[in-house]
Design a protein around this ligand. Structure first.
Ligand code: ADP
Ligand code: ZN
Ligand code: ZN
Length: 803
């Protein structure tokens, strides 16, 4: 093959296609689809993906540029993933390059550096020569002295210095130095005898190898023999030792021991759910199962035993778990059963660690990956099963390009591999449950907890009533009584604060002023560290003001609707209680999350107080009380899924209580006790919730009756954003059939981000193709404006945040 088709690393509509490059002789036969290359593109050198190979190009040889460099010796993307990327970019209306990159770990993404090269040294002034320090080239990012930039620019204009773009390859692999004997034992012994008394360290090192010591890392050898690297150096010089470098994996879990667990004998109910999955694995067929099981019904054990069947067939499996429930407890359950066959991928890992886990998959060293959303792209080639735990979790949706949902990708991959998908949840999404009811998915119910433990007793407390009775505290009398009782019995409690978004803000107690980001129309988030305010959208930062800019009052301070204030109040009313608080503040440091949880598990505290991050996955036998301080917060978000999210969250949290022998109690405090999403938590009645919520969705043409898409238009000028949104809305109204309902345009709930005004249009549709065609035409029409960043148009075919 003489020509490679390459998709280059530029996110632009004009460039969103493969370009032809000539394959130079020395790379002929080496380049394969799925490899990364470096190619010239205009004045730049860019990274790109080879998407096709052919004998010749319509471009005549003269104008066709050559592939400059080959970055991979084996493809980083399999053929299946290459195909998946085209499907993904099509489905989500994102650039091909963005879809390709979404499938790779960050360490493999291109990074560019501006490089300055001396063309005419004679012309340069001494200070510039000094800057280059006799080198021919220099990285722009290495220049620390800003004052030199303007004279530098003059030389660049004159052509004495050239600017090029260089693709920086990140150092990916971690290598360690290994030492072994460089001569046979007799020779080592001869040298050992000849050593002087002062050289006792050399003697111990030699003795190690004379005694048959194996190849060992330099660091370990030094430790073992109490010697230094200088000692090793001397021996290396003499040729008595040799060194080599070996790749090692940064294994974030290497220090932990995993106790091997054996499969449990399944309950009758579990067995009934397991059989069809087992059958699908054996028959090698694609099928989607919805495992609908109450919390504690033993879903995870079913996953484990299904995976066992898959691995026994020599196949591979992917398990997706929401980021926040990817706790050590969860990881232990998989590592405990499958040991070193498991790779773990989540955002808490460093770029290097993520890359290493990915390489284990690529090299076929593991056959199971447990990970958050992006693990769905694990480069397995013989997939036997995909499991999505807590399938209702909104974190499976990526909120940036490509805006994909991991469930759609999972089903697509499973179709390709003819293997089953298992979706598990106590509170499935309405979409999934409706599909199961229609027989598109197969419903596998688990109605009881393992060993028939009862579901916890849930009581709803009307907080308006509390206030009428003179209780101004954030704890109702019932919750207080329960807390005291559990403390007395030496049992544990979990207190859940339903926080929506970022409620740690600063407020003036006198006039109610809350500092807003000057660019984004949202409240700034308070960061205790350094007493600063930060904007979560644009990164703007400023110190906390000493006095209120509105009224001059000094009573402007952190408003703890947050966990911190609850903790303060808790220590006042229950001074004897030991409290562990888990929120963004206490868990920001690496490993902190895990430490706090294990401390709680070991009984070092009576109460675990936290936000959403404690709602899932926790399984502590001694927890017999769960308190929800404010059930309503999620109910009032401007989103058609608000009721569904509330029901899911409350059910999840309630599930943390009484999972083992001791019975559990749940106290839910609310200002809207009559709402069905809150009422039905009391009876754990998913079915009834489903029926009621479906009626609402039908009446308002929301999913699962209609799909929803969101188009957001932004511009630096509010009027331009509004006008463009208006035009787009009209265009869609004219172009789409009567089955498509177009709402808006309207200002987005967050009306401005990064100084750009935002308008949105919500589309309810049934025909995906028809809408896609219209939306593609719109993107094509505005492509020049978009390229120049005058107007930005973002399209989400299945939004989970209507902001
Ligand atoms: P879920 O994932 O549905 O919330 P889990 O799989 O976490 O439920 O199971 C809850 C508890 O029951 C766990 O401690 C688990 O070890 C235990 N368990 C699950 N299946 C069985 C079984 N067949 N026999 C005994 N214990 C089981
Ligand atoms: Zn004020
Ligand atoms: Zn901002």
């Amino acid at each position: 093959m003489n020509v490679a088709e390459v998709i280059v690393d530029v996110s632009s509509k004009n460039i969103d296609r493969p370009f032809d490059y000539k394959i130079p002789d020395h790379l002929k036969g080496m380049i394969e689809v799925g490899m990364r290359v470096i190619v010239p593109f205009g004045p730049r050198k860019l990274q790109g993906f080879v998407t096709g190979l052919k004998e010749s190009s319509e471009l005549n040889g003269g104008s066709m540029k050559e592939v400059e460099k080959l970055l991979d010796l084996t493809p980083v993307l399999t053929e299946e993933l290459m195909q998946l990327s085209s499907w993904l970019s099509d489905k989500t209306l994102s650039f091909k390059i963005t879809a390709l990159q979404a499938m790779l770990p960050a360490a493999l993404k291109a990074k560019y550096e501006k490089e300055l090269k001396v063309v005419d040294e004679e012309a340069l002034t001494p200070d510039i020569k000094q800057l280059f320090r006799n080198q021919k080239s220099l990285l722009y990012s290495d220049i620390t002295d800003e004052s030199i930039l303007s004279s530098l620019q003059k030389f660049v204009r004159k052509g004495s210095i050239d600017v090029t773009y260089k693709v920086a390859q990140k150092t990916n692999k971690k290598m360690i130095r290994m030492i072994e004997a460089g001569a046979d034992k007799e020779e080592l012994a001869r040298h050992a005898d000849a050593l002087t008394k002062q050289a006792s360290k050399q003697l111990t090192v030699l003795t190690y190898f004379i005694g048959g010591g194996a190849k060992i890392s330099a660091a370990e050898l030094c430790k073992k023999t109490d010697s230094s690297s200088a000692t090793l150096k001397t021996l290396l010089k003499k040729g008595l030792l040799t060194e080599s470098f070996e790749e090692v994996y940064r294994d974030p879990y290497q220090d932990r021991m995993f106790k091997k667990t054996e499969p449990l004998s399944l309950t009758e109910e579990q067995q009934a759910a397991f059989e069809p999955i087992k059958q699908a694995v054996a028959d090698h067929v694609h099928h989607v199962f919805l495992l609908h099981g109450v919390t504690g019904s033993g879903k995870t054990e079913i996953y484990l035993q299904s995976i066992e069947k898959v691995l026994a067939k020599g196949q591979e499996a992917i398990v997706l778990v929401p980021e926040i429930s990817l706790t050590p407890q969860m990881v232990n359950r998989f590592k405990g059963r499958f040991g070193s066959q498991v790779a773990v991928m989540h955002s808490g890992l460093s770029t290097g660690e993520k890359y290493d886990e990915w390489r284990k998959i690529q090299r076929k060293e593991v056959r199971l990956v447990v990970g958050a959303r992006s693990a769905i792209f694990a480069p397995f080639e013989n997939l036997g099963m995909i499991i999505i735990d807590e399938e209702h979790e909104s974190s499976y949706k990526q909120e940036e390009m490509p805006r994909y949902h991991a469930k759609d990708v999972a089903i697509r991959r499973a179709e390709h591999h003819s293997c089953p998908v298992v979706l598990g949840s106590a509170t499935p999404t309405l979409e999934s449950f409706a599909r199961a009811k229609k027989g598109v998915y197969e419903l596998l119910p688990l109605k009881h907890r393992v060993n028939r433990q009862l579901m916890p007793d849930v009581s709803l407390v009307d907080m308006r009533e509390e206030l009428r009775n003179g209780n101004r505290s954030m704890f109702s009398r019932e919750l207080m009584e329960q807390l005291e009782e559990k403390l007395a019995k030496k049992e544990q409690a979990v207190l859940f604060l339903n926080k929506r978004g970022y409620s740690s803000f600063v407020m003036c107690r006198d006039c109610g002023y809350v500092p807003q980001c000057p660019h984004c129309d949202i409240s700034m988030t308070y960061h205790r560290y350094g007493q600063r305010l930060k904007c979560h959208y644009c990164g703007h930062e400023e110190p906390v003001p000493g006095t209120c800019p509105e009224c001059g009052s000094e009573h402007i301070r952190f408003f703890g609707t947050g966990t911190q204030r609850v903790e303060e109040e808790l220590t006042k009313v229950l001074p004897q209680a030991r409290v562990i608080r888990m929120d963004v503040d206490t868990t920001s440091r690496k490993g902190a999350h895990e430490k706090l949880l294990s401390a709680f598990g070991e009984g070092k505290a009576d109460i675990l107080l936290g936000t959403q991050m404690i709602a899932k996955g926790l399984d502590f036998p001694n927890v017999t009380l769960v308190g929800v301080l404010s059930a309503d917060t999620t109910l009032h978000i401007p989103d058609f899924r608000a009721a569904e999210k509330t029901f899911q969250l409350l059910t999840q949290v309630s599930g943390r209580a009484g999972r083992h022998e001791k019975p559990g109690t749940v106290v839910i405090q609310t200002y809207t006790p009559s709402h069905y999403s809150i009422q039905l938590t009391k009876t754990h009645d998913y079915e009834t919730f489903f029926q009621q919520e479906m009626a609402h969705r039908r009446a308002q043409s929301y999913p699962p009756y209609y799909y929803v898409a969101l188009v957001t238009v932004s511009h630096e000028e509010a009027a331009k954003a509004a006008v463009t949104a208006e035009k787009i809305t009209n265009y869609l109204r004219a172009g789409c059939g009567p089955d498509t309902k177009i709402l808006g345009p309207a200002a987005s709930p967050i009306a401005r981000i990064k100084d750009r005004y935002r308008y949105q249009c919500v589309i309810k549709y049934r025909q995906e193709n028809e809408l896609q065609i219209q939306l593609k035409k719109i993107l094509e029409h505005y492509k020049r404006d978009i390229a120049q960043k005058h107007v930005m148009i973002s399209i989400d075919m299945n939004p989970y945040m209507l902001m």
